[in-house]
Design a protein around this ligand. Sequence first.
Ligand SMILES: Nc1ncnc2c1ncn2[C@@H]1O[C@H](COP(=O)(O)OP(=O)(O)O)[C@@H](O)[C@H]1O
Ligand SMILES: [Mg+2]
Length: 265
Amino acid sequence: MNGDCLLEVRGLCKDYYGLKAVDHLDLRVQRGSVTGMIGPNGSGKSTTIDCISGFQHANAGRWFLAGRELTGLPAHRHALAGMTRTFQAVRAYEELSLLDNLRLACQEQDGIGWLGALRGGRHERANEVATTARARELLKAVGLEDYDEAPAEILSYGQSKLLAIAAAMMARPLIVVLDEPVAGVNPSTINRIETVIRRLNEEGVTFIIVEHNVDFVMKLSHHVVVLEQGRKIAEGDPGIIRSDPKVLDAYLGVDAAGGRETADG
Ligand SMILES: Nc1ncnc2c1ncn2[C@@H]1O[C@H](COP(=O)(O)OP(=O)(O)O)[C@@H](O)[C@H]1O
Ligand SMILES: [Mg+2]
């Protein structure tokens, strides 16, 4: 980490029918870091990342990636600027091969789509070769290279989470936002996902990880942000967050005085 701010969010607000899902949230993500975002169910984690990746309309707030304002732009413009994401619910094209899933992700991220690609000539064919090479490289990086021509439907749930990470990497993003990357995944695949994220981060990719699995977030993150009812109640390095009485009380379900577990968060 070299300490400069890659993503800055100022005063983000999102209401759903009067419910403040995100309430004046400020965020700063350092270039090269892994930032974990935790908080109880319904605390506004998904809404926050949906807004700042262009998948939801924010009611107020501004955000900047590498100094460029992205406020209000559609999702593919965020991807073009260098921000991609995965979703809490896996979204693969089940009948398409892994390679085709990654090629399609690339077209979605560049905003051209199939039609634009079909209209193209020699330039697009050269692009296609480069895209396929990139897709193979990423399948290898996530350990799915043996299934490159197989349909996505053969993957286990955890493997489809790995495919989603590979898809988010197709456009060579600056920052990847992961929504619940290990929820519902078996322990050995969780380890694999951890290794993949760590390796990509070491290669320079910045991550925001929204995740229910606190141990997973604490192991990977340089910086942790805690939300409750749409507001940031704490942030700092994982060691500090783990022992912050406000966090223990509000999120980890531990009575700060007695250290008693009261909920699973
Ligand atoms: N599409 C929606 N319509 C109405 N309310 C929503 C919608 N999405 C989320 N909410 C509400 O906004 C709040 C924050 O939800 P969410 O961002 O999904 O939280 P988290 O990801 O932290 O579990 C919750 O109270 C949730 O019920
Ligand atoms: Mg969520």
